[in-house]
Design a protein around this ligand. Structure first.
Ligand code: HEC
Length: 129
């Protein structure tokens, strides 16, 4: 005879596994090979030291979660190649720049620059406002 304690534990474990399996089925259209390469470019040049993604990171420069909406790839290219009085110039090749753009596009489609405005859904997830 199984004790009620074990039964509760088994039900919780089953729910955990089912929920995890469901999470893994959620679509992540932006998450592909280029996105991963772009993330490496982001890390290689340490953009995070001065910029935030999803509101997290350095605070010298602005949050870049939605920067691709500003002027697309040409705007990103211009910023990276010319810098500003407070941002260094970065020498990266076209492939790196394209991958970086795809990474930032993924950031834009998957997150929100101000997590403090996130709403909590009844299933415990958070969602942009
Ligand atoms: C040393 C700090 C620093 C680093 C490192 C840095 N930036 Fe910046 N960046 C800034 C600052 C500061 C600004 C705001 C412009 C200004 O104040 O001159 C900025 C602005 C920008 C903008 C324009 C943002 C907007 O909202 O218009 C983009 C795009 C950008 N940076 C991309 C990058 C990328 C990509 C990297 C990494 C390759 C990077 N930055 C690394 C400091 C930095």
């Amino acid at each position: 005879m199984i004790s009620s304690y074990r039964l509760v534990l088994l039900v919780l474990a089953a729910l955990f596994l089912a929920y995890t399996a469901w999470l893994l089925t959620l679509p992540t259209p932006y998450y592909n090979e280029n996105f991963v390469r772009g993330r490496r470019v982001w890390q290689k040049y340490n953009c995070q030291a001065c910029h935030q993604l999803y509101g997290l990171g350095g605070f010298l420069g602005p949050d870049l979660t939605h920067v691709v909406r500003k002027g697309g790839k040409p705007y990103l290219k211009a910023m990276v190649e010319t810098g500003s009085p407070n941002m260094p110039v970065f020498k990266m090749n076209d492939t790196e720049l394209s991958d970086l753009f795809l990474f930032l596009r993924g950031m834009d489609s998957s997150g929100c620059a101000d997590p403090s405005r996130f709403l909590t859904t009844p299933d415990g997830n958070i969602t942009p406002p």
